[in-house]
Ligand binder design. Structure first.
Ligand code: F6P
Length: 548
């Protein structure tokens, strides 16, 4: 498909003209002009309520953004993705994470082959294996049941499983230990296993390619640890399973492919937590809980695929992101879950959003002259409030915020002053959005009797954009809908920006250089170095420090 340059589109220019009208308006003014704005600029679907009235937009902005999406053929691109077209053009692959949660019996064809049947065959094997482990029927090499599960992987083969385990801890087996090892820093592995009995420990080696340096290094360390304690190489059969698309690599490592759970090249690493990569999640919450999570993903998939753009949650979220990045000039987004169980959600989103949309050329390889994926970061509320919120309220950068909260807590605890601690938590979420939007004027500060010298310091300009996402309760289902919401909003942005949201060439150069550098670090004799003067000096300095 050939694409007109984004900034040359009449729909883009219409947004630029619109920005000249609305860009200078304060949220106070926008709310003042429309008493129903808080209800009007909100949308609810599949159990998620999105209030975007505190974004610096009006109904016209949304209309114009949807027109831009139309010009970018977003509905057709959505259909192309769901129907298995090879939309990841730089890798010549289909993009079918939606097939991972398609119900049994649905058909999605890739090269004439129904992939949904394959997905359910793997899910059924995962469920049978999980049941064996959870029930104690799966015995370790010395006959003991498995009590500890360590998932080894990195990037998309780690961040999703870690996030989901933390998010769904309340639903997990409390008598089993779940840990995750990702970093090639030996400390990560050492700390994960130090208090565990190898006879009761199962390793899941997760790697799409089964070539990733960190994961293979940690998997070798795990095998050495296991075999040393259990006495025989044959122990591997009962203590190691693999999740990969690379059966040959798995077999070469020494894991029987009967103990391998597969997935496919049409699942991107950062879109794979609901594939077999989520085996640790299934072991923690059981097959039923895992299927509930898939149902949540699927509900959002259906909403995204079939809902007109102006009522479509991921489309609206994605388009607001474009508005903030390209018109407001916001370089970052803060994700602020007011839910302790979602503490790893921002880290998970960092890969999903930045590996997907951190791109500098269009699908055709042309240089881009507009901002693409913003920097995602965040921490759970209320902790962030006592740390970086100062900058969001009064700093010189615009930081659009996504507040995420739930109506019900999984851990009710009466609060001292009345109500539940959860009410205190949610009061903070709601108050932060209000403070950011409306601020406090100098006159209001003066009216409080503030000394004139401090008035400027205590004034809040406001007009800082945020969205609020509410759901009733954190469950496997609602987690699935929330993740799919972000997955699809990333896709929407990629379509507008005309980039490939599903490749990640930017991670390659560092990997290649590290390979060469390792040889220089471990060379017995002083290596002759041919890098720049900084890199050469760092290599020499490291060798001196290491060797004392
Ligand atoms: O380094 C980037 C990356 O390729 C990610 O995209 C991927 O999620 C991660 O490495 C891990 O890859 P693998 O699952 O093949 O080990």
């Amino acid at each position: 498909m050939s694409h007109a340059t984004l900034t040359g589109l009449p729909q883009w220019q219409a947004l630029q003209r619109h920005f000249r009208d609305i860009g200078g308006k304060h949220l106070r003014e926008l709310f003042g002009a429309d008493p129903k704005r808080g209800e009007a600029l909100a949308v609810e679907a599949v159990g998620l309520y999105l209030d975007y009235s505190k974004q610096r937009v009006d109904a016209d902005t949304l209309r114009l953004l949807c027109e831009l999406a139309g010009a970018r053929q977003l509905p057709q691109r959505i259909e192309a993705m769901f129907s298995g077209r090879r939309i990841n053009t730089t890798e010549d692959r289909a993009v079918l994470h939606a097939a991972l949660r398609a119900p049994r019996g649905e058909k999605i064809l890739v090269d004439g082959h129904d992939v949904v049947a394959d997905v359910h065959a793997v899910l059924d094997r995962m469920a049978a294996f999980s049941e064996q482990v959870r029930s104690g029927a799966w015995k370790g090499h010395s006959g003991k049941p498995i009590r500890n599960v360590i998932s080894i992987g990195i990037g998309g083969s780690d961040l999703g499983p870690v996030m989901a385990y933390e998010a769904l801890r309340d639903y997990s087996r409390r008598d089993m230990t779940f840990r995750f090892v990702s970093n090639v820093d030996g400390t990560d592995f050492a700390e994960a296993v130090r208090d565990l009995d190898p006879a009761e420990t199962l390793f899941i080696v997760c790697s799409k390619t089964f070539t990733t340096l960190e994961t293979l290094t940690n998997a070798h360390a795990a095998r050495a640890w296991s075999v040393a304690a259990l006495g025989e190489e044959s122990a591997v059969a009962k203590h190691f399973v693999a999740v990969s698309t690379n059966a040959e690599g798995v077999a070469k490592f020494g894991i029987d492919t009967a103990n391998m759970f597969g997935f496919w090249d049409w699942v991107g690493g950062r879109y794979s937590m609901d594939s077999a990569i989520g085996l640790s999640t299934m072991l923690a919450i059981g097959a039923h809980g895992f299927r509930e999570m898939l149902a949540g993903f699927h509900a959002m998939d259906e909403h995204f695929r079939h809902t007109p753009l102006q009522h479509n949650l991921p489309a609206i979220m994605g388009l607001l992101g474009v508005w903030n990045a390209n018109f407001l000039g916001a370089a970052t987004v803060a994700v602020l879950p007011y839910e302790q169980y979602l503490k790893r959600f921002p880290a998970y989103l960092q890969q999903l959003t930045m590996e997907s949309n951190g791109k500098h050329v269009t699908l055709d390889g042309a240089a881009i002259d507009y901002a693409t994926g913003p920097i995602y970061w965040g921490e759970p509320g209320t902790n962030g409030q006592h740390s970086f919120y100062q900058l969001i309220h009064q700093g010189t950068h615009i930081v659009p915020c996504d507040f995420i909260g739930f109506g019900q807590t999984l851990n009710p605890i009466p609060a001292q002053g009345g109500g539940d601690q959860h009410d205190l938590l949610m009061a903070n979420l709601i108050a932060q959005g209000e403070a950011l939007a409306f601020g406090k004027t100098a006159d209001e500060v003066r009216a409080e009797g503030t000394a004139e010298a401090l008035v400027a310091h205590r004034t809040f300009e406001g007009n800082r954009p945020s969205s609020t996402i509410l759901a009733s309760r954190l469950t496997p289902h609602s987690l699935g809908t929330l993740i799919a919401l972000y997955e699809h909003s990333v896709f929407v942005q990629g379509v507008i920006w005309d980039i490939d949201s599903f490749d990640q060439w930017g991670v390659e150069l560092g990997k290649q250089l590290a390979k060469a550098t390792i040889a220089e670090l471990i060379a017995k004799d002083e290596p002759s170095l041919d890098h720049d003067s900084s890199t050469n000096t760092l290599i020499r300095r490291y060798r001196q420090l290491r060797d004392g």
